[in-house]
Design a protein. Structure first.
Length: 282
C-alpha cells in the first residue's frame, strides 16, 4: 500500500496540477468518486488563494475527518455471556486466516474464547482453522462434512457458554452456489445464534481484501444488506493495493474498519489506527 499516494503526490507537486488527472488518480487509489471530488474541489479553492498547495495535507485532512480516530478492540460482554462475533466474507479474502488472527489477538489479551468452524462448504477451511486453533491454543467446535453452518454455531455457543468463554468467534461460509444462498445462510446463522442469546450476534465483521478496491466496496454493500455489519477487517494491506477502500466503505456505508491484516502470519494483525493507516498511505 505504502508508496502509491506518495508517488501520486510527488508527481503533482512537482508540476502544474492537472485537476482531472489528480481526481482520476485519487479514484484509482480506491478512495471513491465522492471523496475524490471533494478533495479536488478543496484543493482548487485553496489553489486560488495559495501559491503552494499541500496535496498531502489536504488529502489527509479529508480522510482523517471521515475515519474514527481509533477503534476500540472488542470488549467482552458485561453480562458474562459469550460475545458472539461472526466473521463473514467471500472466500479468498483471508476470512479464515483473519478468524484465527482475531482469536490469537483476543487470547493474547487474556480473553477466553471458542472458535466455530462454520465455513463448512469449503472442507479445507475447517481443516485450516483446526490447525490454527491448535497453534493459538483455542478450543474449536466443528460439525461433520457439509454440516449446517447455523447448527455448528449453535453447538459452538453451547460449548462456549459451558466453558464460560468470553467470546465465540464463528468463521462462516464464504461460497455457496449463488450469492443469494450465501446471504440466506448468513441470515440463518444470525437467527439461530439469536435463539441462544437474543442480543447475538454482537459483532459481524466483514473481511475484505484491500487489494481488490471496488470489489471490496461492492461486497460490503451486499453483505451489509443481508446482515448489518459492525466492522471491517481489511486484509493484505501489506500487498500492492492502495488501501483506499477502507475510506470508501466508511464514507458510503458508515462501517468502521476494526482490524487490519498485514501478512500471512498470525501476528500480522492489529486494531485499525487512522494515523498509522494515513502515514502508510500518504
Ligand atoms: P478465505 O478463503 O477467505 O478463508 O481465505 P484464507 O484465510 O484461506 O486466505 C487466503 C490467502 O490469503 C491465504 O494464502 C492467506 O495466507 C492469505 N492472507 C490472508 N490475510 C493476509 C494478509 O493480511 N496479507 C497477506 N499478504 N496475505 C494474507
Amino acid at each position: 500500500m505504502a508508496g502509491f499516494f506518495t508517488k501520486l503526490v510527488q508527481r503533482f507537486t512537482k508540476a502544474e496540477i492537472d485537476w482531472d488527472d489528480l481526481e482520476a488518480q485519487l479514484i484509482a487509489g480506491d478512495l471513491g468518486v465522492k471523496l475524490s471530488m471533494q478533495i479536488v474541489e478543496d484543493l482548487q479553492a485553496q489553489a486560488r488563494k495559495l501559491h503552494d498547495v499541500d496535496i498531502v495535507e489536504v488529502t489527509k485532512k479529508h480522510i482523517r475527518a471521515l475515519l474514527p480516530a481509533y477503534t476500540t478492540p472488542l470488549p467482552p460482554l458485561i453480562s458474562g455471556k459469550p460475545k458472539v462475533v461472526l466473521v463473514v466474507g467471500v472466500n479468498g479474502t483471508g476470512k479464515t486466516t483473519s478468524t484465527a488472527k482475531l482469536a490469537n489477538f483476543l487470547k493474547k489479551r487474556g480473553n477466553s474464547l471458542v472458535l466455530a468452524a462454520a465455513d463448512t462448504f469449503r472442507a479445507a477451511a475447517v481443516e485450516q482453522l483446526e490447525v490454527w486453533s491448535k497453534r493459538v491454543d483455542v478450543p474449536l467446535v466443528k460439525g461433520p462434512p457439509n454440516a449446517d453452518p447455523a447448527a455448528v454455531c449453535f453447538d459452538a455457543y453451547t460449548s462456549a457458554a459451558a466453558r464460560s468463554a468470553q467470546f465465540l468467534i464463528c468463521d462462516t461460509a464464504g461460497r455457496l452456489h449463488t450469492r443469494h444462498n450465501l446471504m440466506e445462510e448468513l441470515r440463518k446463522v444470525q437467527r439461530i445464534v439469536g435463539k441462544k442469546d437474543p442480543t447475538a450476534p454482537h459483532e459481524v465483521l466483514l473481511v475484505v481484501d484491500a487489494t481488490t478496491g471496488g470489489n471490496a466496496l461492492q461486497q460490503a454493500r451486499e453483505f451489509h444488506k443481508a446482515v448489518p455489519l459492525t466492522g471491517i477487517i481489511a486484509t493484505k494491506l501489506d500487498g500492492s493495493g492502495k488501501g483506499g477502500v477502507v475510506v470508501a466503505i466508511q464514507q458510503e456505508l458508515g462501517i468502521p474498519t476494526r482490524f487490519v491484516g498485514t501478512g500471512e502470519q498470525v501476528d500480522d494483525f492489529a486494531p485499525f489506527n487512522a494515523d498509522t493507516y494515513l502515514d502508510q498511505m500518504l
